[in-house]
Ligand binder design. Structure first.
Ligand SMILES: O=C(O)CCC(=O)C(=O)O
Ligand SMILES: [Fe+2]
Length: 287
């Protein structure tokens, strides 16, 4: 374990986010359209009591989660995701350098998880590239995605080709997000991905975003940058990057002008070609 287990957690608000007009949630009930971004669509998995009642109240008003049981199942799922996120982070740190797990675990010890239910309603027309979720990078350190068996998640390769990440039983997809890209000085690359709807069926996924706390200053430690590398990102406050992305409609899906590189890049890109990045940016992890 990377760090002490946090207090147990129960609840979050789980809402739809999609560029399309998806109006039902995965339970077939009314769903609120929300802007993309973990901070806008979910509550962190903590401060449970107060947040839980707020969430239930809000859910009742909107006709979502009429039964507490659903919240509890999702809460349990979120709790497992927290544990898994810690383990994955530890492995990533180990990939970056010897003993980095022990040295830098504290940097991630106040991270928070946000869970989002994505419900893509069946497209009216199907074509090659009907996007349920346009190309984007996640703002998180890492994201753990569960997708149902419909398929459609794609990741963009270095050669700018879309590759299918096919659903696979008992398998989760792990994406590196922008915060980790900045913290690792570009050694771990935030994956560009999207969802295309290829079938006239509802598609459902759960995305768990593991993010630094709002007031964390994101800054790659010298050892992570490495003696012979230049620093690729200026230090920035996590919350400021979230705002940068969320405050702009374009920032949610447009790659150009709205990446962490645009926000905090120093134009020193030498370390961005590190072999580590592309190899572990997206990987399926059996659980
Ligand atoms: O629906 C999916 O498979 C991926 C969702 C996603 O990329 C996101 O919510 O950021
Ligand atoms: Fe994503």
């Amino acid at each position: 374990m990377l760090r002490r287990e946090r207090e147990s957690v129960t609840v979050g608000v789980f809402e739809l986010c999609s560029r399309r007009s998806c109006l039902k949630n995965s339970f077939g009930e009314e769903t609120i359209m929300m802007l993309v971004g973990p901070k806008l669509v979910g509550l962190p998995f903590r401060n449970m009591k107060k947040k839980k009642s707020q969430a239930e109240e809000k859910s009742k008003q909107k006709g979502i989660f009429s039964r507490t049981a659903k919240l509890e199942v999702l809460g349990e799922y979120g709790s497992k995701m927290r544990t898994l996120s810690n383990k994955i982070t530890e492995i990533l740190l180990m990939c970056l350098g010897e003993d980095f797990g022990r040295k830098f675990e504290s940097e991630f010890s106040n991270s928070e998880g946000y869970l989002r239910i994505n419900n893509y309603s069946s497209p009216e027309i199907i074509g090659k590239d009907v996007e349920g979720l346009g190309m984007h990078t996640d703002m998180s350190c890492i994201t753990i995605v569960y997708q149902d068996n419909i398929g459609g998640l794609q990741v963009r390769s270095k050669e700018e080709k879309w590759m299918d990440i096919n659903p696979c039983a008992e398998t989760l997809v792990v994406n590196i997000g922008d915060l980790m890209q900045a913290w690792s000085n570009g050694k771990l690359r935030s994956s560009e991905h999207r969802v295309v709807l290829k079938e006239r069926k509802n598609r459902f996924s759960l995305a768990f975003f593991w993010c630094f706390e709002d007031n964390k200053v994101v800054f790659a430690p010298d050892e992570v940058v490495g003696e012979n590398n230049l620093r690729a990102y200026k230090p920035f406050l996590c919350a400021d990057y979230m705002k940068f992305r969320e405050n702009s409609e374009k920032g949610k899906f447009e790659k150009v002008g709205f990446t962490v590189k645009d926000f905090a890049g120093t134009k020193n890109e030498s370390s961005e070609n590190s072999p580590v990045g592309r190899l572990i940016e997206t990987r399926e992890v059996p659980v």
